[in-house]
Design a protein. Structure first.
Length: 142
């Protein structure tokens, strides 16, 4: 998929998920994402979704991904998709993995061959860069 087409497709998915979040009162943002209402990052050909580790938030993502697959014909590759949980989410582990049917992932994860560990790269730095990028993209569309 071309980079431009990927951006367009991810924008549709983002809007679909955002609509679900706004309509459904059951979504809980990840504690580091709530202030800026960040729930996803997409880059290269990857998508990261962030939420609190509770069944209603994960179910919202699952329903959004299912709706997106029905609309576009594109679906997540279950062999390459992972759910990374914090230690505090251990009580919901099996339930959350069952909702998404993803494999359990662990930190540090590797991206483009490089190890990524959130403590090494402050999350808010990534978030601010992402917001700037989104603003540039939106201004460029006008």
């Amino acid at each position: 998929m071309s980079p431009f087409l990927f951006v367009l497709v991810m924008e549709v998915l983002t809007l679909m998920l955002q609509h679900r979040i706004e309509q459904n009162g059951g979504f809980s943002y990840h504690w580091r994402c709530e202030a800026i209402q960040l729930f996803q990052l997409s880059f290269a050909d990857d998508l990261l979704l962030f939420s609190k580790a509770d069944p209603s938030s994960i179910q919202l993502f699952k329903d959004g991904l299912t709706d997106f697959a029905e609309l576009s014909g594109l679906q997540a590759n279950l062999q390459k998709s992972h759910l990374i949980l914090s230690r505090s989410a251990a009580t919901y582990r099996d339930t959350l993995l069952g909702i998404l049917d993803f494999q359990e992932g662990h930190l540090p994860l590797r991206y483009l061959g490089l190890p990524y560990w959130p403590r090494d790269y402050p999350f808010l730095t990534v978030s601010r860069s992402y917001i700037r990028l989104r603003l540039v993209l939106r201004v460029g569309r006008v």
